[in-house]
Write a protein that binds this ligand. Structure first.
Ligand code: GLA
Length: 390
């Protein structure tokens, strides 16, 4: 068996230290990097993420005090306690325990959970605010653990939807389904092509000559939520212009024909989404065949559309992407990844040059926050799983 993820080891040790007994199980779910297809998921579109080797673990065991007690080992062992029923209300906006309450509420819903009590210890190593889906990792780990605990068979898609409902109802982020679904359903060694309309997840092979690197811009994603929700509204308004359920149903020809009548900003938003779906479709065979020249063109076009048409990049992220593209040349490329407004850049490059490129990014890029560089080479990881507690 491969080595245990570090958060699993920490969550188990923290559980034992605080509760004085071993947990019965430990649920773990990974963060993600998206290789192609951003701001397409809530438009019923296509995405191409892969799970990464950082994630969140939740150690769980029964308690006899009639309460659910959750311990955040990475927040100074802060704790939250609530009754299993009725579904718990959220705490103040931004409180870490809203994930725990939200996923519990999403799973138990209208039925009264009969439980003598439950103890949880949580630990993770996904960098926060980096656009690598630390919240989806937590939500999916909780959904996976709770489903096992309640003895409720749930598919990866159902666990992803429960984690997404928690984000919408308790956390206050109106996110799409990409992050939760890849965290729940990824296969090790491949990316995942996800059709966000049908929720079908298809493993997308990555040729061995391709390496994936992520580099943090050092801009922590703030104010992202309000701009994200605004983009969602703009996309819905653009789809409504076409009488379409979503931008997934609008063709490039329809878009071109509508340009004179469509508000220029809505036109630009739609052009990004429609083009980005096509870029995901083109990236899948290029990833499988190791065609770095094609991927390089797609990465550059995607970044330009996210920057110019969708307006979700920042000058620092643009500068980092340009510097990496200059290092790589025609064999691969870089783009922002995830929601935008800071966070990480995704890089596809020649595996033989990957260590050199990673070292150059780390030595040449000055983060605006003065923090040390965060440059990681990614081995695509498997989705959520359970480990025994003992
Ligand atoms: C965030 C959201 C996702 C997705 C991306 C942009 O990560 O959580 O649902 O919309 O932004 O692709």
């Amino acid at each position: 068996m491969s080595r245990l993820p570090a958060p699993v080891v920490r969550a188990r040790a923290g559980f034992v230290a605080r509760f004085g007994r071993a947990p019965t199980r430990i649920a773990y779910a990974p963060g993600r990097v998206n290789l192609m297809g951003d701001h397409t998921d809530y438009n019923d579109g296509l995405v191409l993420p892969c799970a990464i080797g950082c994630g969140t673990a939740v150690a769980m065991g029964p308690a006899d005090d009639g309460c659910i007690t959750a311990l955040a080992l990475d927040h100074g062992a802060a704790s939250d306690q609530f009754a299993p029923a009725p579904p718990p209300p959220p705490l103040a906006s931004g409180h870490w325990a809203n994930h725990v309450r939200g996923v519990w509420a999403a799973l138990t819903g209208d039925q009264r959970a009969t439980l003598s009590g439950l103890a949880l210890a949580i630990s993770g190593d996904v960098p926060q605010g980096a656009g690598l889906s630390s919240s989806a990792a937590l939500g999916v780990a909780l959904a996976t653990g709770f489903a096992a605990l309640l003895d409720r068979p749930m598919t990866a898609a159902q666990r992803a939807l429960a984690a997404q409902r928690s984000e919408h109802d308790h956390v206050g982020t109106n996110c799409g389904i990409m992050d939760q679904l890849v965290s729940a359903a990824a296969s090790a060694g491949t990316a995942s092509l996800i059709d966000c309309r049908s929720m079908a997840v298809t493993p997308a092979p990555i040729a061995p000559n391709i390496a994936i690197i992520i580099a943090h811009s050092g801009v922590v994603r703030e104010l992202a939520a309000s701009a994200y929700n605004q983009r969602r509204r703009e996309c819905a308004a653009a789809a409504a212009h076409f009488g379409a359920a979503s931008l997934r149903d609008v063709t490039p020809d329809q878009l071109a024909a509508a340009q004179p009548a469509l508000d220029p900003q809505l036109f630009a938003r739609a052009r990004h989404v429609i083009g980005e779906n096509a870029r995901v479709t083109a990236a899948v065979p290029a990833l499988a065949s190791g065609d770095l020249a094609t991927l390089g063109g797609l990465m550059r076009a995607s970044h330009a559309a996210l920057r110019d048409d969708f307006a979700v990049s920042t000058p620092q992220v643009d500068a980092l992407v340009e510097a990496i593209n200059a290092m790589i040349g025609a064999h691969g490329g870089a783009r922002m990844t995830g929601g935008g407004f800071g966070g990480c850049v995704a890089v596809l490059c020649d595996a033989a040059r990957a260590d050199d490129i990673a070292a150059r990014i780390a030595s040449e890029y000055q983060r605006p926050d003065g923090q040390p560089p965060l440059v990681l080479r990614v081995t695509p990881a498997a989705g959520a799983r359970l480990y025994p507690g003992e």
